[in-house]
Design a protein around this ligand. Structure first.
Ligand code: ASP
Length: 403
């Protein structure tokens, strides 16, 4: 007991992850039991995270803006953030496409004749943009629509700053509420090792080594690209602009990384990501603004996955993608990743948009759907690491500016 208390959260999550893999493999023949008896506890944990994430995003962005007390400062932080997010996502998709092309020869060619994939109602780019703006004060909160919540938080935060001193009572109240929800979050996060075990074990039991078999090369390619992106782009930028050693960065991020890997949800990882980045030195006002935004719009891992899968699906259909088509993929995947929700499986839905943009059959998604969760675990890990990197960089740049 005494011993356990000393273990850091990262170590506890890591132990839970290893145990989940071992137990999951052992339960390979009893996936039903894992789904019936272990998964529900994972769902309870995810429900608690979902419960806390809406107030956390709303209040942390609002309080972040209020604490800056200056509309121009928010603008300058917002601009840096969005530029970093867009550029790294574009680089990510290029890495995905290059990796896909390099390893294409090793991909299996799966027959595509009887494929069907029930694509969710496809959303156009314009729909995605229109849907960012809420038409109702309550529904974004009820439906946990993160982009709409961000717009609400920005509007309210700016309004409070502009109305100024008169708002003292409300500012105190919001800051208090923010503290209370953060405390709730801390309590929920203490359960994360158990949550991680219960979420991951059924996935391993169900997917086991067999299903991975035929798609092993595609999965491996995606994971190589995830690693390259994290090690090259994040290490370089965090060192050059964040003033932090990459080793320290990845070490400090370990709890969030392990959690993202097991939960496959950027939004779910948000609370832990805030804790890790603040421990690494990101200022609270910056990270409370940059991270919720990133968990919603910045998806580098998802972009990589879309690049690799587009190449794989094209190859199965015997289609050779041309350079202009690849450029179209870079653009659409960058935009699609903005519209991707930070929840498990969302990236696969947005893959439909990317495939359609270059005339590839949407049915091709069925080829990768079976192992989506395995792709998802890696892409979510990259997604949240990118958010963290950005918050440290912006925070460092702001500190330098005001020094
Ligand atoms: N699960 C991913 C995330 O939460 C999104 C995706 O499916 O690509 O970041």
């Amino acid at each position: 007991m005494q011993e356990k208390k000393k273990l850091s959260l990262a170590t506890q999550i890591f132990i839970a992850l290893v145990l989940a893999i071992i137990v999951g493999l052992l339960m390979g023949n009893h996936a039903d039991a894992a789904n019936s008896y272990i998964k529900p506890f994972g769902t309870i944990f995810l429900n608690l995270i979902k419960f806390i994430v809406v107030p956390i995003v709303l209040f942390s962005i609002m309080c972040g803006i209020i604490s800056m007390r200056d509309v121009r400062k928010v603008g300058s932080i917002g601009l840096k953030t969005v530029v970093y997010y867009l550029c790294t996502t574009a680089v990510a998709i290029v890495i995905g496409l290059v990796g896909g092309n390099l390893f294409k020869g090793l991909f299996p060619v799966i027959a595509t004749t009887d494929l069907t994939y029930e694509a969710a109602e496809s959303t156009t780019l314009m729909d995605t943009i229109v849907n960012i703006f809420p038409s109702n004060f309550v529904s974004p909160l009820v439906n946990a629509n993160m982009l709409q919540i961000i717009v609400m938080a920005l509007l309210l935060g700016f309004a409070i700053v502009l109305v100024g001193e008169k708002n003292v009572m409300v500012v105190n109240a919001f800051n208090d509420l923010n503290d209370i929800f953060m405390k709730c979050m801390e309590m929920i996060l203490k359960l994360s090792p158990v949550g991680v075990f219960c979420l991951l074990c059924p996935v391993i039991a169900e997917n086991g080594p067999a299903i991975i078999g035929s798609l092993a090369m595609v999965l491996l390619t995606a994971y190589i690209c995830y690693f390259v992106h994290a090690l090259v782009v994040y290490s370089l930028t965090v060192r050059a602009m964040g003033g932090l050693s990459p080793i320290k960065f990845f070490k400090g991020m370990m709890p969030a990384i392990l959690f993202a890997f097991s939960s496959a949800s950027s939004v779910g990882t948000l609370p832990l990501n805030m804790e890790c980045t603040q421990k690494l030195g990101a200022s609270k006002e910056v990270s409370s603004f940059v991270l919720p935004l990133g968990a919603t719009i910045n998806m580098d891992g998802t972009a990589i996955y879309q690049g690799v899968c587009a190449i794989f699906i094209a190859a199965c259909y015997g289609i050779q993608l041309t350079l202009p088509q690849m450029i179209t993929i870079v653009l659409t995947a960058t935009l699609a990743s903005i519209g991707t929700a930070g929840v498990p499986g969302a990236g696969m839905v947005m893959l439909a948009m990317v495939l359609t943009s270059v005339g590839l059959p949407v049915d091709g998604i069925a080829l990768v759907a079976g192992v989506d969760r395995i792709f998802d675990m890696g892409r979510t890990t990259v997604n949240i690491t990118g958010d963290a990197c950005c918050s440290l960089i912006v925070s460092n740049l702001e500190k330098k500016k005001s020094a």
